[in-house]
Design a protein around this ligand. Structure first.
Ligand code: ADP
Ligand code: ADP
Ligand code: MG
Length: 641
């Protein structure tokens, strides 16, 4: 088989599938997308030369189903499979099955995945490779081990990933309960109930080293990344190189990562993660991710390399084509992960629609969405990554902030405004961050978008008028299908009527539009017309990083109350957002007390317990585990007096 004849199936979704397709296409490879039903209209599906539907939303019947993915590969006559990140990317069985099926596996040899997939084994291997590990234990009496390590300790699932299921235990009292919960959750999420108890490092930085190897024994490191800006043990901002590191520590990290990679004959792209204790300066091995990492673009930026290309080269047996001395670093790169989530509500994930996507120039935008996309509750909340590369860290920070001021993405809520605030904090600017930065800063009490209420409608209206003038000047944009703006009696100039997300109407007078001067940090961009109706419109503006979206109401229903559909009677339990029902704890006729858990739902990696607001008797259970439910859908109703 010649290189140019390769046909690559990407066993993943969203932005990482798009990312892999881009390189494959550039190299002249043909590509196959696989998708689950909810993703049928997602951009990545069209970006493959071919696409195969592999099943319904449920992960075990789609993106986590080895037989279904291999059947799609056979059906499409694919030659190679790239697993992306998450899902099956660190599943040695998948790698072995793909290889057994005659496919070229774009990843390390399966034994490397198996060794590093379980944190328990990975720790032991790191120790054998001479890499320091965090004091901890994984077998025997873990309670005794915890006391010996000293509280606080962290309890982690050996098979864990994505920050899921990590618990901090501060004293011996809560230990047994935390261990039990962690074991149940580990088994439920990862099918492996082994746990690790580790000393909790109080002021840690998360620093990792990118490694690339080939099948001829060459291994190079591509420097450090700092991923300390996290929430819920999950990364939010990543930068390369890691700032404020003594040279000796940086060198030590590089050497430790290469030593570990050599020890297991590593032969693809991978990342060795470390915790650096800012109190002692010591570093410890955390885990190794035997795959491409979400934050790989910051390394690509400073090295001028394409990591997916390096993975593909290694997979087909080519050599790396670069030696350690040829690896050079230039400037500073920062990535901001844009998640569909609400930072002011514990960063809980949000499903919803995307109507506006407008990205400023001068940045790399790796994304999963376009206007018209729907964020379903089934998968990860990551919907896009903004990546900047500038000569210095200060310039890169300014550039991220500028990019977040120019990004318009909505109406699904995102963390963009939060990130815009975060990158302006002295801690972040000073490079003085630990993984506790968000708690330390007092978030989620970060400033909500204060000027939104006043300035946003005026900015949105000004933008609308600008578009209309454009249209009158002969440009034929999407607004040409909009009806005329509302005419007031005295002024032929338009006043503009807008409806915000809460359903409230704003009538912006021509004077207000005239007097509107866009405050610093506000840009208005992005427009779309509703897909279903030719005179339906929407406009969005960026206020301090937050996207504020308005509907341009149809004259006929302009004054009708909005947003009242679907809510239940007071006291009923309704889904707070689109989600999947995991557990129903009550039956009809059952009495509950205030605070009793009634239904547990899951939305994008997080479980939410819906509790009774008061005492009552269940009238009807209207859902069963496995149901996908809409926001405001009543799940359990109560007998009303
Ligand atoms: P990285 O270490 O590359 O920064 P994460 O550890 O956050 O990334 O995990 C990679 C991505 O895959 C994340 O978006 C995460 O939510 C997702 N992910 C992690 N584990 C799983 C899993 N078991 N199933 C599906 N997605 C996962
Ligand atoms: P995952 O596989 O879920 O990515 P990791 O072991 O990489 O799990 O840990 C995820 C995050 O949890 C780290 O980036 C760090 O913020 C935090 N963490 C993990 N272990 C420790 C520890 N022993 N002390 C303090 N923080 C830790
Ligand atoms: Mg990790």
């Amino acid at each position: 088989m010649t290189e140019s004849a390769m046909k690559l199936l990407v066993a993943n979704r969203g932005e990482i599938a798009s990312r892999v397709f881009a390189t494959a296409r550039r190299l002249g490879w043909r590509t196959v997308a696989v998708f689950a039903e909810p993703d049928r209209n997602a951009p990545f599906v069209r970006q493959g030369d071919e696409a195969r539907c592999i099943g319904p939303a449920a992960l075990d019947q789609s993106y986590l189903s080895v037989p279904r993915i291999l059947a799609a590969a056979a059906d499409a006559s694919a030659d190679a499979v790239h697993p992306g990140y998450g899902f099956l990317s660190e599943n040695a069985e998948f790698a072995r099955s793909a290889i057994d099926a005659g496919l070229t596996w774009v990843g390390p040899h399966p034994e490397a995945i198996a060794h590093m997939g379980a944190k328990v084994e990975a720790r032991a291997i790191a120790e054998r490779a001479g890499v320091p590990t965090i004091p901890g234990a994984s077998e025997g009496d873990l309670a005794t081990a915890a006391s010996e390590i000293g509280f606080p300790v962290l309890v982690k699932a050996s098979a864990g990933g994505g920050g899921k299921g990590i618990r901090i235990v501060r004293s011996p009292d809560g230990f047994a309960a935390a261990l039990g919960e962690a074991r149940t959750e580990a088994f439920r999420s990862f099918g492996d109930d082994r746990l690790i108890v580790e000393r909790y490092i109080e002021r840690p930085r998360h620093i990792e080293v990118q490694i690339v190897g080939d099948r001829h024994g060459s291994i190079v490191h591509l420097g450090t990344r700092d991923c300390s800006s996290q929430r819920r043990y999950q990364k939010l901002l990543e930068e390369a190189p890691a700032p404020n590191l003594p040279d000796a520590t940086r060198e030590g990290l590089h050497e430790a990562a290469v030593a570990l990679a050599r020890h297991i004959g590593y032969d693809s792209a991978g990342t060795v993660e470390f915790i650096v204790d800012t109190d002692s300066g010591d570093f410890f091995f955390l885990e190794m991710n035997t795959r491409l990492q979400v934050e790989h673009p910051v390394t690509e930026a400073i090295c001028g390399l394409d990591l997916v290309e390096m993975q593909l080269r290694s997979a087909i047996g080519a050599n790396l084509g670069i030696s350690q001395t040829e690896v050079t670093f230039s400037g500073h790169s920062i990535e901001a992960r844009i998640n569909a989530e609400d930072p002011s509500d514990g960063f809980s994930p949000r499903a919803g629609d995307v109507r506006h996507v407008s990205v400023p120039d001068g940045v790399r935008w790796d994304s999963a969405v376009e206007p018209g996309s729907e964020i379903s509750p089934y998968y990860d909340p990551l919907i896009g990554k903004l990546i900047v590369h500038r000569p210095s860290r200060a310039a890169a920070l300014d550039a991220v902030r500028g990019a977040l001021d120019g990004l318009v993405l909505g109406p699904v809520p995102t963390n963009a405004g939060f990130l815009r605030w975060l990158v302006g904090t002295p801690q972040l600017r000073g490079g003085d961050m630990t993984t506790n930065i968000i708690d330390a800063l007092g978030a989620p009490e970060f400033p909500a978008p204060p000027p939104a209420a006043d300035a946003a409608p005026a900015a949105a209206a000004a933008w609308l008028r600008h578009l209309r003038h454009d249209r009158n000047a002969g440009h034929d944009g999407p607004w040409s299908r909009l009806g005329p703006f509302r005419l007031t009696e005295h002024r032929p100039e338009a006043a503009v009527l807008l409806r915000d997300a809460a359903g409230d109407l704003h009538e912006v007078s021509a004077d207000a539009i005239e007097g509107h001067n866009a405050p610093a940090g506000m840009s208005a961009a992005g427009m779309s017309t509703g897909a279903s109706s030719s005179d339906e419109g929407s406009v969005a503006v960026n206020v301090c990083g937050h996207t504020v979206t308005f509907e341009v109401p149809d004259r006929s229903d302009a004054w009708a109350p909005a947003g009242t559909a679907g809510t239940g009677s007071v006291g009923d339990i309704a889904a707070p957002f689109p989600a999947v029902v995991v557990e129903v704890s009550v039956v009809a006729g059952e009495a509950v007390a205030a605070g009793d858990a009634v239904v547990t739902v899951e939305a994008m990696k997080m479980l939410h317990s819906l509790v009774a607001a008061g005492a009552g008797v269940v009238a009807e259970v209207r859902c069963t585990p496995g149901d996908a439910v809409e926001a405001n859908q009543v799940l359990v109703s109560f007998v009303h007096a």
